[in-house]
Design a protein around this ligand. Sequence first.
Ligand SMILES: *Cc1c(COP(=O)(O)O)cnc(C)c1O
Length: 358
Amino acid sequence: MIPLSRPPVDDEIKHAVLAAIDSGQYILGPQCRALEAELARHTGTRHAVLTSSATAALWMILRALDVKAGDEVLAPSHTAFPTIEAICFAGAIPVFVEVDDWYTLDPKDAAAKVTSRTVGVVPVHLYGQPVDLPAVQNVAARHGLWILEDCAQAQGAVWDGRKVGGFGRAAAFSFYPSKNLPAMGDGGAVLTDDDETAARCRRLRDHGRLNKDVHAEVGFNLRFSELQAAALRVLLGRLEAMNDRRRALAARYAEALAGLPLVMPAEREHARHVYHLYVVRTERRDELATFLKGQGIQTGIHYPVPTHRQPAVERFNPPALARTERLVQEILTLPMSAQHTGAEIDRVAAAVRAFFGG
Ligand SMILES: *Cc1c(COP(=O)(O)O)cnc(C)c1O
């Protein structure tokens, strides 16, 4: 069986976790402080604030931006539901935007959906591909909106020589076990250049606490584990190599699948794609998935139900999005992680070729 993704746990990581166990400190201790400094340096931002998930990071940033009931926030429909959920949980109204040719937020559609109530935009670097950041910045500047980057799938991705995560007011990252920088459980971070946003997120993740006994506002328990931080510090040192490995495997797929009636992922100009997911597109998607399963190859669909069609957001009465609704019927995610072997990628590609009779 070839899995969709495979975790990178090895002895070096196990030893780092065991050392953290022996330290006797388990929440927001020295490992977390060191990882925060290392993450900020890696992304090129002033601050990193570790938290329990990217969902928590998104919510804390929205609270720090003082999002209020009735505020509208632009976001792509084609994303993981947590992007939208955080907007709703912060009390705002998600305004669903179409995809562009790269499966990311379409800046033209975003601009067309700005109203007097719009306060910000949440571009998502989906599958590891950066959105058209200058175009999004242009829309934001024209309408006085903040930008919150959802980098959950794009740790280490680059636009014009700069890492994603530093192009807006703040950014959310995820350490979910299949993401490019994976923990052995849930985890996330806020990255920002803004001192006030960082301070507010630090307070929100620890019950709105000013100090041990005084709570300035209602936050929540969204803290982070020393054991996970110890493991992530080892993996952060390997992130560039792991992303290079994903890019090499993507190139291997591209070569082996060339010439088939299949739309392949492509890297947009100015972007360094980090292939969190390797997503192909075909009208025969369901047949292909069934065929690959029969060959012992796991596939996925990210995501089969567009977020604007989720029952959870029915009350917003979102209008139809034709391109997104068609796209989700045709996408299929093939196995991809830094731990897959070249031989596994070749086996998947051979099976896909066999399906198309070539
Ligand atoms: C995984 C993911 C999230 C949520 O991350 P968690 O750490 O699981 O909360 C948010 N947005 C996108 C685009 C994701 O892929």
